[in-house]
Design a protein around this ligand. Structure first.
Ligand code: SF4
Ligand code: SF4
Length: 269
């Protein structure tokens, strides 16, 4: 969703918890269809996670409109502090982990049609943390991502564990890179606390063997190649390679035929 955002302020450290997939980025973007259609009627009556509806994902890039994504209803967004130090730890978890929909379980390994919409790998956090050379090749724009927490004391109370909400808000605002911002969506203007999404990957344990962090362009190329082959196999079955070679042969024959024809389509003498 498009939105406008005005930064007003800036300044301890915020890290991800050591947890599988602790950035939760896909729970804002690729996995979920609009209106959380993936959770179905029955699950829509289940209790929400702590992130919804207070936390959104803001994507910014110069020269482009900002994009604001709602979180999945079941995303738990938790910030805690280790006793004795000032480091804040962000942990994003699925509150219905054992019952999460198939497209969430299969993402990012399984690309293709889901019951509700097409989901495709690779994992969006891999893309976000990939080296600049890879991004220059793949993306037309450089983008940054932020968690946007509604600047509201109830929202903060919901997110911070074992902490007074007012003290928690102050320590959050002192953390490095955190900003206050006003975001307008349509006619509505709301204040948010923006936390830049960490690009440090050492704390992320990847669920997927296939979608390890993107390190080099060559590695990314092989991944694309593999994806194309899987698509061909899904479409044409196990015979895909023979069919592809056959199609290339036919194309070459057709091209040869065209060279031997004059502009009227008659064979040259
Ligand atoms: S690491 Fe990838 S799959 Fe895991 S939560 Fe982040 S975006 Fe989703
Ligand atoms: S159901 Fe769980 S894994 Fe799926 S998008 Fe929601 S929070 Fe993420």
């Amino acid at each position: 969703m498009d939105s406008n955002c005005t930064l007003t302020k800036n300044q301890s450290d915020i890290i991800f918890a050591e947890n599988e997939c602790s950035d939760g980025m896909c729970c804002f973007t690729c996995v979920i269809p609009s209106n959380n259609g993936h959770i179905g009627f029955f699950k829509s009556m289940w209790k929400s996670g702590t992130g919804s509806p207070y936390v959104k994902l803001l994507v910014t890039s110069e020269g482009h409109k900002n994009e604001l994504y709602d979180s999945c209803k079941f995303l738990d967004f938790i910030i805690s502090r280790n006793s004795g130090d000032s480091i804040l730890k962000i942990d994003l978890r699925c509150s219905i982990y054992k019952h999460r929909p198939r497209q969430c379980r299969d993402y990012p390994d399984s690309a293709g049609e889901s019951l509700y919409q097409q989901i495709s790998g690779p994992c969006i956090f891999n893309e976000y943390t990939a080296p600049g050379a890879y991004k220059d090749l793949v993306y037309k724009r450089k983008w940054d991502a932020f968690y946007a927490i509604l600047d509201d004391i109830d929202a903060i109370r919901n997110i911070f564990v074992n902490e007074d909400a007012h003290i928690a808000r102050e320590s959050l605002l002192k953390a490095e890179g955190v900003h206050l911002a006003t975001i307008s969506q349509g006619t509505e203007e709301l204040n948010y606390i923006l936390i830049p999404l960490s690009k440090r990957t050492q704390n992320i344990l990847y669920l997927s063997e296939k979608h390890q962090p993107v390190g080099t362009i060559e590695q990314a190329y092989h991944r694309w190649q593999e994806k194309i082959q899987i698509n061909l196999q899904n479409h044409y079955g196990t015979e895909w390679e023979a069919k592809l070679n056959n199609a290339i042969e036919m194309e070459e024959k057709d091209a040869g035929k065209r060279c031997n024809e004059d502009t009227t389509g008659n064979l040259k003498r």
